[in-house]
Write a protein that binds this ligand. Structure first.
Ligand code: PRX
Length: 661
């Protein structure tokens, strides 16, 4: 862990922001929670009477067998359990309970492909049939309760269907983002011990193919445990097909021996639901594990109150389901509440910068949830791209993934929301299962750049580097003082890693890894990571992971990776690279190194700048001084601080002179 000083460039702007926006009247009139007082009363109750509060919220979910105890455990040992003794099934909650009502023929998933004319609508009843067929197919290929299933898919309905099918039979899904490389996929499959992979021939990106099956083939060369690979025919791209291992999805699920009925497995509340790998401050991604009962209650509750979800809403979260946002708020949250969720395969600016606005107009989307990086990218374009579309269906706008700079917030409010929509800047993490700090749209006035206040049951605090609660106005590290149902249960395959990574820094508390401050009105302002995790376009990457990818290149001796402020991406990746003796710096080599990182991790991790250096600034004990590297990458040469403790102080001037602009 490096120092406790937040690195984000947003700090300067958020410190100056003073504006306050009250909830729009039309939202206030109909919202689930309509005043600050109502929020505060329920919040205080959730903290004072957690057992009663969480017992009541569990009514959002259908239980096969009622739970006996609401929770047990704490954040000292890290063992926390929720809804003990309860039995339920997530897919039954997301599907079966709706098909016995008028929702049977309601659109569950509206899918929009990258091509304008590629659309599909699945009603809850259709979703039921498909999920049962896939669940039975998985069983046929040997998947039992507790087995892991790896998914490597584009944003198509089959991804949601497979996740739900896994949950139906009690299998644990492990979705790997389609933008990750074959190597990353291989490691995640092996760590999870999955024996079956579901993929597609390819995905689309800017009209070209993303070769998912080719990548899967390469990955599976290193996965001896995988016996079956089921392939969705999505693009029609040419692929290799090894009939002993590969099966076509459409053949399998429509095979005469596959029934369209599959009774849901009664799962224990604490049975794992999924694993999702995410980067921390070490080089090895962690398999964050979420379980059944607590996760479903928490995603349902946050979905209802934060997005103020109503029966007639069309909800669109643009996140890929390879990330936690796409798990909780494209699939589980909306479907558990019987909503219509929109799934989109494609980019926000292809073929034109009005793609998102055109989709909102087409489906009359009422709640729209995206990332600040996308907003920043689109606000650079002519406003006419937005104005030419009728966005009057919008009621609520959300953001997630990184701090939003007030300029982008105000543009979102004025230009996209036409000053009529509520905005929720939602702060959370893969580990937290759902949103933990946020405004409530009808109740909490918003301040651009602030994620506002803790959600029900969440008790945050700001601590200094000694772990003492400090004057939160000055800022410090953000911790959460008690568990809640959506908090991860553990790191898959590494029983001690949950406690060691998150609970030992400030014993008895969950450490988020983020810096924050709280203003005089009790609003939280997130200030960026305080550890060696980067947030690039809302994607979480560890500097250690990128460094080890660089060092695995045969010409690289040493690498140090830091973030620097980037107008669109939030943070850009700046890599300092020291070559082996006989290697020569050249632009070809730089390009090769970029390619190498893409191959090892994936395109998301490709450095924006590669600075080939003669030496790295090190302390006398041989530790790289990252603080100085960050300042140089950001162009802040005046604030380098004390360099006298370096063993090679001359390296600093050299780095400044040769810095990559
Ligand atoms: O640094 C915080 C940032 O994203 C990190 C979590 O990344 P990940 O697990 O990939 O989940 C992203 C989506 C939930 C956090 O540690 N972050 C997320 N939301 C916000 C944010 N930073 C500031 N404001 C937010 N609203």
């Amino acid at each position: 862990m490096s120092g406790q000083t937040p690195k984000s460039s947003t700090i300067d702007t958020v410190l100056e922001e003073q504006r306050v926006f009250n909830p729009p009247e039309r939202i206030k009139e109909t919202a689930h929670i309509r005043s600050y007082e109502e929020y505060k009363e329920l919040y205080d109750y959730s903290i004072k009477e957690p057992e009663a509060f969480w017992a009541k919220q569990a009514e959002l979910v259908d239980w096969i067998k009622p739970f006996k105890k609401v929770y047990e455990g704490d954040l000292v040992e890290g063992e926390h359990k929720w809804y003990l003794g309860g039995k339920l099934n997530v897919s039954a909650n997301c599907i079966d309970r709706h098909i016995n009502t008028w929702r049977k023929n309601k659109a569950a998933i509206i899918w929009q492909g990258e091509k304008r004319d590629e659309t599909r609508v699945l009603t809850y009843n259709e979703l039921y049939n498909q999920v049962c067929r896939v669940a039975n197919t998985l069983k046929k290929w040997g998947v039992n309760k507790g087995d892991r299933v790896a998914l490597y898919m584009p944003m198509i309905p089959e991804l949601a269907i497979t996740m739900l099918a896994c949950s139906r039979i009690g299998a644990i899904h492990n979705v790997v983002f389609g933008g990750f490389s074959a190597d990353s996929l291989r490691d995640r499959i092996n760590d999870s011990g999955a024996r079956i992979l579901i993929t597609a021939d390819a995905g689309f990106r800017r009209g070209a193919y993303i070769p998912l099956k080719d990548n899967a083939d390469k990955a599976l060369e290193g996965c001896p445990g995988v016996h079956t690979c089921i392939v969705v025919k999505h693009t029609g791209a040419d692929i290799n097909f090894w009939t002993q291992r590969d099966k076509w999805w459409h053949h399998e699920i429509n095979s005469p021996d596959i029934s369209s009925v599959c009774p849901p497995e009664a799962m224990d509340s604490e049975d794992p639901l999924f694993i999702l790998y995410t980067s921390g401050s070490t080089g090895k991604p962690k398999g964050v594990m979420h379980t059944t009962g607590g996760y479903l209650v928490y995603t349902s509750l946050t979905m209802k109150y934060i997005f103020d979800l109503k029966e007639e809403d069309t909800f669109w979260c643009t996140a890929d389901s390879g990330w936690i946002t796409g798990h909780s708020y494209v699939i589980y949250g909306p479907l558990a509440l019987g909503a219509t969720t929109l799934m989109y395969e494609g980019l926000h600016n292809y073929p034109n910068p009005d793609r998102l606005w055109q989709v909102i107009e087409k489906y009359r989307v009422s709640i729209f949830y995206t990332a600040p990086t996308i907003i920043r990218g689109l606000m650079k374009e002519d406003e006419e791209w937005v104005k030419k579309h009728d966005l009057s269906s919008l009621r609520l706008l959300g953001t997630v993934g990184e701090p939003i700079n007030p300029e982008a917030w105000v543009w979102y409010h004025k230009v996209v929301g036409n000053e009529k929509c509520a905005i929720v800047d939602t702060y959370w993490q893969t580990e937290t299962g759902g949103v933990i700090i946020t405004p409530l749209p009808g109740a909490i006035p918003t301040k651009p750049g602030s994620a506002a206040m803790p959600f029900f049951g969440i008790e945050p605090a700001i601590v200094d580097s000694n772990g003492e609660e400090c004057d939160s106005k000055d800022g410090g590290s953000l911790i959460i003082k008690r568990p809640w149902p959506g908090l991860m249960r553990g790191v898959y395959n590494a029983p001690d890693r949950f406690r060691e990574t998150y609970l030992t820094m400030y014993p008895g508390n969950y450490f988020t890894g983020d810096g924050a401050r709280v203003d005089e009105d009790g609003y939280y302002w997130l200030l960026g990571r305080v550890d060696d995790v980067l947030n690039v376009s809302g994607h979480r990457l560890s500097t250690a992971e990128i460094e080890s990818a660089l060092v695995s290149h045969n010409k690289v001796a040493e690498a140090a990776v830091v973030g620097y402020p980037h107008d669109i991406k939030g943070e850009g990746i700046y890599a300092y690279v020291l070559l082996k003796n006989n290697a020569k710096a050249s632009s070809e080599l730089r390009a090769q190194l970029g390619q190498h990182v893409r191959k090892v991790i994936g395109p998301v991790a490709s450095p924006d700048k590669i600075h080939i250096v003669e030496q790295l600034p090190k302390t006398r004990s041989g530790k790289i001084m990252r603080r100085i590297l960050r300042k140089i990458a950001s162009g802040e040469f005046e604030q380098l601080g004390d360099t006298s403790t370096l063993s090679n102080p001359e390296s600093v001037d050299e780095l400044i002179k040769t810095r990559e602009e």
